[in-house]
Design a protein around this ligand. Structure first.
Ligand SMILES: [Zn+2]
Length: 109
């Protein structure tokens, strides 16, 4: 299914996932970011690259869940991988669907 949704629809999807994951982002932003898909700050603000709006919805969900889970686990360790697998069992396949080169984030803090 093609992505290309509006910023508001995307933010709505982020809010829905935040509810499922039981996290509370202080702010959700969509902005120009050329090297990352997303980032989260220590005060729980999550930002997404506007390029994500053009990706497949499966990729969008992957990036959303990944970034929101950083509000619970701030690294990419074992616990993080288990949570990803719990909420999105096929996350590894989704991560390969990106049209752009895979990008990371800055959550390893
Ligand atoms: Zn990450």
């Amino acid at each position: 299914m093609a992505g290309d949704i509006s910023k508001e629809d995307f933010k709505q999807s982020v809010r829905q996932w935040a509810g499922k994951l039981k996290v509370h982002p202080s702010q959700i932003r969509i902005q120009k970011m050329s090297r990352k898909w997303a980032s989260c700050s220590l005060n729980n603000r999550v930002s997404f690259s506007e390029d994500i709006l053009l990706e497949d919805v499966k990729v969008q969900e992957y990036v959303i869940v990944h970034e929101l889970l950083h509000l619970r686990v701030r690294n990419h360790g074992r616990l993080f991988s288990s949570l990803m697998a719990l909420y999105l069992p096929d996350w590894e396949e989704r991560s390969k669907l990106t049209r752009n080169v895979p990008r990371g984030d800055n959550a390893a803090i």
